[in-house]
Design a protein around this ligand. Structure first.
Ligand code: SOE
Length: 378
């Protein structure tokens, strides 16, 4: 019989649903020593949070996160709130000895993130940040290929995260679902929301970055604010592009926007090495593109690997070879790894400290966009 791990979730938006789904499904597929128990969900609106609790199977509700983090029957706090609450909730949860799973990005900025790292490290509580794309089997497989050295020396790393949902000038900022457009709640725009994913994957696959040079743009300068009802200045970046130099000497090129008409969530990355190249695309997330210069010259070409076989990462837990899985499974994998970490008493990657590196890069990118100069990372 698996041991219970009592979860207290704060926030019930899109991410609250992806995490709750993962907690509910994980032990159907993964044989873990611990089983998540959905003890409580917390949000300000009692009626709505009750509805969420009923839908997903939470045993109780809270309307004040301070009460939730103090509850003796909670083992782990899952933070799914807008970014401006991550810091306070994490610090209080750590002070109460809770394990913490925090949505990305870790924090509003490096200073907050550093304080959060110190809090979990001095309280010695297990911690992780939900950079979920690391656990798409094709991305984990890319990591195995890079680590095996098969690509040889890496020359280039290229990533995009393109969306198109904020093009309309009539879209307001702030409030439920639209807090991502409000700098006071989100900290930044596409840099913290989308490029943070690209950066997390990049430093995982290709190592640390030394310095960056960036440009940002806010195409729609004013929007109605849902909370105040007034037309207010938009302070987030709608688009951001940056160049960087990695510690291993390779060059990086990153672009993100919410103004690429036709693209809903096109996250792609490509790595070019001396012997081989890799490409991945979130719209086709169960495939990894692989080009190997060692192939016979007349047979050389890009292979499209269907990452669904039993010897591909995580895939022996799901259906049979050839049958693919999708987006929500990345969260199930994160929970499965987290539970394995709990059994061993270890935090799983990315830990708060590892996610702080992404935060530092985001800060360097935003600072470089302001000054127009190359900026060293933290
Ligand atoms: C924004 O639209 C968003 O939902 C991000 O917040 C998520 O992190 C990303 O995975 C998909 O897009």
């Amino acid at each position: 019989m698996a041991k219970p791990l009592n979860i207290g979730l704060v926030g019930y938006g899109f991410m609250g649903r992806t995490h709750s789904n993962a907690y509910n499904r994980v032990t159907n597929f993964f044989d873990t020593e611990y089983k998540p128990v959905l003890k409580a969900v917390c949000a300000r609106d009692a009626e709505k949070v009750k509805g969420f609790a009923d839908t997903w199977g939470y045993q109780s509700i809270e309307t004040d996160w301070r009460k939730l983090v103090e509850r003796k029957d909670i083992d782990a706090i899952d933070i799914c709130t807008p970014n401006n609450l991550h810091h306070d909730i994490a610090i209080a949860a750590a002070a109460n000895g809770k394990m913490i799973l925090c949505e990305k990005p870790l924090s509003m900025n490096t200073a907050e993130g550093e304080a959060m790292c110190q809090a979990v490290e001095s309280a010695k509580v297990l911690n992780t940040v939900w950079y979920n794309y690391r656990r798409a089997p094709a991305v984990t497989f890319a990591k195995q290929l890079v680590d095996s050295g098969r690509l040889g020396r890496i020359f280039h790393y290229r990533a995009n995260f393109l969306q198109d949902w904020t093009i309309s000038a009539d879209l307001p900022q702030g409030g439920t679902a639209l807090w991502r457009l409000d700098a006071a709640a989100a900290g930044s725009g596409v840099t913290g929301d989308l490029l943070a994913h690209c950066i997390d994957t990049a430093i995982w696959l290709n190592g640390s970055m030394q310095n960056v040079t960036a440009m940002t743009e806010t195409f729609i300068k004013e929007r109605q604010h849902t909370l105040t009802g007034k037309v207010e200045k938009v302070e987030i970046d709608d688009a951001c592009a940056f160049l960087c130099r990695f510690d291993n000497g390779s060059l990086g090129l990153f672009e993100s926007t919410r103004y690429a008409r036709g693209h809903k969530a096109l996250y792609t990355f490509e790595i070019n090495g001396e012997h081989a190249s890799i490409k991945w695309d979130l719209h086709d997330l169960h495939r990894l593109q692989w080009f190997d210069h060692k192939d016979e010259s007349n047979l050389r070409g890009w292979r499209s690997i269907h990452v669904t076989d039993g010897d591909h990462p995580y895939m022996n837990k799901w259906w049979v070879p050839g049958l693919q899985i999708g987006y929500e499974h990345t969260f199930v994998h994160h929970v499965a790894d987290f539970l394995e970490g709990v059994a061993k008493g270890e935090s799983v990657s990315p830990t708060f400290r590892q996610a702080l590196e992404t935060q530092k890069i985001c800060d360097a990118v935003l600072s470089s966009a302001k000054t127009g100069s190359w900026t060293n990372v933290g």
